[in-house]
Design a protein around this ligand. Structure first.
Ligand code: NAP
Length: 329
């Protein structure tokens, strides 16, 4: 179970924070920011009337609207929309952004988001891109929970020349949400995340798709015997189709580079199996087991059965704690 959030801060970090896109990530940020008192005013903006109505019902924000003009007067704006939508949203926001405002995002790809967003920001507005490396396979405002980012990494990829004070303020915001913050270049981020998150998702989508297409194994057998490993892939393969389509289209080069490496390694494994080279398989599986243990001991995963994801959450804490987040996305 993720730990509970700490007490509210003595003073808010920002005057007016606007979250654009109240899905899993946007609604988790706003829940945590509300609980911790990170802003005098929290504004929720979503293009969908139904989402805005739900935000009001859940009492997640001080203001909830479908109008991008809601960002007016904000000193911190966070884009929580799919990677492919960031440029258009930034362009539409432009007339409403004031000098001194910091714009950020949460996109799972950084190089493309920087290229899409930066040209639209007016003079005096700093851009500090961010990627919280935390998520679940669920979407929408009901899927969010305040502890999602607790003890997870948040990577900042400020373009060269970004105002240091703006970087520090965004760092303080994510640290308040419980994240460990690291700064790196967008290009490096995209390469690292290609192998730690994007390619694993592609493999999960692929393996579940292949199993669904098999003619010699029935659908009911796939479900019945899924505990053999397949089940864990199905959870990842249930992730949001729009988000992941955009991730692959916008991190094309790094994903293709990593897929090339993976194909070579899979060919070597196939060869080892064909020629009965058990020592090669054993050595690899021993190395990979050590990697899993390293992830557990660093607190990025639990060693509990079912990854601790099946545990019940007390109803009154559900919006704060939610299910066990998975570290990658
Ligand atoms: P989500 O739950 O599907 O929410 C996305 C929100 O963006 C929805 O409110 C959606 O509105 C809105 N939206 C979609 N297309 C839009 C457009 N063209 N213009 C304006 N708004 C649009 O997705 P999420 O999981 O929160 O992901 C949001 C961002 O976080 C993505 O960039 C993703 O890469 C990043 N991220 C996700 C995870 C994860 O595990 N899910 C982890 C880290 C980072 P509609 O409902 O109307 O489409």
């Amino acid at each position: 179970m993720p730990e509970r959030l700490g007490p509210p801060l003595a003073a808010p970090l920002f005057r007016r924070v606007a979250i654009v896109g109240l899905g899993l990530i946007g609604s988790s940020i706003i829940r945590a920011a509300r609980h911790l008192g990170l802003a005098d005013t929290l504004v929720a903006i979503d293009r969908d009337e139904g989402v805005v109505a739900r935000v009001r019902e859940l009492n997640l924000a001080d203001e909830a609207t479908t109008e991008l003009a809601g960002v007016r007067g904000a000193d911190f704006v966070i884009l929580c929309v799919p990677v492919g939508a960031c440029g258009a949203v930034a362009q539409a926001l432009r007339p409403h952004l004031l000098a001194g405002c910091i714009v950020s995002d949460v996109g799972s790809v950084k190089g493309s988001v920087v290229a899409q967003v930066q040209p639209h920001l007016p003079e005096g507005v700093a851009f500090v891109p961010a990627h919280p490396v935390a998520g679940t396979e669920h979407s929408g405002p009901d899927a969010g929970f305040a502890t999602l980012f607790h003890n997870r990494w948040c990577i900042l990829t400020p373009p060269e020349g970004t105002d240091e004070a703006a970087i520090d303020r965004v760092r303080a915001f994510w640290a308040a949400l419980g994240s460990n913050v690291e700064v790196m270049s967008a290009q490096h981020h995209d390469l690292v995340l290609a192998i730690t998150s994007h390619v694993p998702h592609l493999i999960a989508y692929n393996i579940v798709g292949t199993a669904a297409d098999l003619e010699t194994v029935t659908q009911s057998e796939v479900i019945k015997f899924s505990a053999g490993g397949f089940r864990d892939f199905t959870r990842i393969a249930a992730s949001d189709p729009t988000m992941w389509r955009d991730v692959f289209l916008h991190n094309k080069d790094a994903v293709l580079e990593m897929l090339g490496r993976l194909n070579e390694d899979i060919a070597l494994l196939a060869r080892a199996i064909r020629w009965g080279e058990g020592d090669k398989l054993f050595d690899l599986f021993t190395r990979t087991r050590a990697i899993r243990r390293g992830i557990i001991s660093s607190g990025q995963e639990t060693a509990e059965p079912d990854f601790g994801r099946r545990r019940e959450v007390e109803p009154d804490k559900a919006s704060e704690t939610g299910p066990e987040p998975r570290p990658g996305a």
